[in-house]
Design a protein around this ligand. Structure first.
Ligand code: SAM
Length: 296
């Protein structure tokens, strides 16, 4: 007769699972090495071929989790690896091999390589799965204290000041929590531009070094966070989150009237910034109306 399972027994190592042919997108930790799923480990342990943005990082992660390579190839791939490398990977999948793809950290394709490969696999009608896991954007959203019902992930904004301000203007009226990635050296400039473009009163959060030793979440208005970053040199990996614009009750006639009085003493640019902040309307919309009024 079959014995009932012993509930106190420690489970042994998971049996090596056969990984089906296809591309398997594997999410890896964004800091703490144990933030990897059991299925991701299964895929790394069983795939025929390992493909990585950075082969050393992947080998190191596998070592930490006791996954042997057993002579399997580890191929470097990122979105600029070229058509030849992309075609080689597609050919391996078409031959019936299973490929595990991991980026440097977190979820592949999320401000990381993998998009060109995944798109090509989809276009070729080849099989593809994802072993989902950590991503800094979602981890930060859950900690930010900002509404999580609707969000827009905008990744890294452009590095140049004028392109960054234009990008912020485009995001100004979006009715969702904005999630941005930023390097520590541009953080102060981003927050100062965000406070000017979106208005200093909006709630925001800086999430730094998530899942790591110096993890920190700083919440406040954009004006307060701009002040913090102007005086404190925040290091490490950073996500910035910004609350959505409060819906404006201003009508086009009210915007026009406010602009007419502002344009009496200000340039089109300054009047647009002033009215957009006063009435809480996207600067892009105000600027469009201001241009048409200044030409009348
Ligand atoms: N694929 C990754 C993901 O799923 O989040 C993102 C890779 S992107 C090249 C790196 C950026 O992600 C960093 O500059 C930072 O903005 C954000 N990031 C990654 N890890 C982070 C962490 N532990 N804490 C805060 N931000 C992090």
């Amino acid at each position: 007769m079959r014995q009932p399972a012993d509930p106190t027994a420690t489970p042994g190592p998971a049996p090596l699972r056969a990984i089906p042919p296809g591309l398997h997108l594997v999410s890896t930790p964004i800091g703490a090495a144990r933030d990897i799923t059991l299925r991701a480990l299964d895929v790394l342990a069983g795939a025929d071929v390992l493909v990585a943005e950075d082969t050393r990082t992947l080998r190191h992660l596998m070592e930490i989790h006791g996954i042997a390579l057993n002579g399997r190839p580890v191929i470097a791939y990122h979105d600029h690896s070229g058509e030849g490398q992309l075609q080689r990977l597609l050919a391996l999948i078409a031959e019936g091999r299973s490929l595990a793809y991991a980026s440097e950290a977190g979820t592949p394709l999320i401000s990381d390589p993998g998009f060109e490969l995944a798109r090509a696999v989809a276009a070729a009608g080849l099989p593809m799965t994802a072993a989902p896991g950590a991503t800094a954007a979602i981890c930060a959203l859950t900690l930010s204290g900002l509404p999580s019902d609707r969000f827009l992930f905008a990744g890294f904004l452009p590095a140049s000041a004028s392109a960054r301000r234009t990008a912020l203007e485009d995001l100004a009226s979006v009715q969702a929590t904005l999630i941005l990635y930023e390097s520590p050296k541009r953080l102060a400039a981003l927050l100062s531009d965000a406070a000017t473009t979106l208005g200093g009163a909006r709630q925001a959060a800086i999430c730094r070094e998530l899942t790591k030793r110096f993890e920190e979440v700083i919440r406040g208005t954009l004006a307060e966070l701009a002040e913090v970053t102007a005086t404190r040199d925040l290091k490490g990996e950073i996500v910035v989150l910004i609350d959505r614009a409060a819906p404006s009750a201003a009508t086009e006639d009210q915007i026009a009237a406010a602009l007419d009085s502002a344009l009496a003493s200000m340039s089109v640019k300054d009047a647009s910034t002033f009215v957009s902040q006063t009435l809480n309307v996207s600067r892009k919309i105000v600027y469009r109306i201001a241009l048409s009024r200044s030409q009348d």
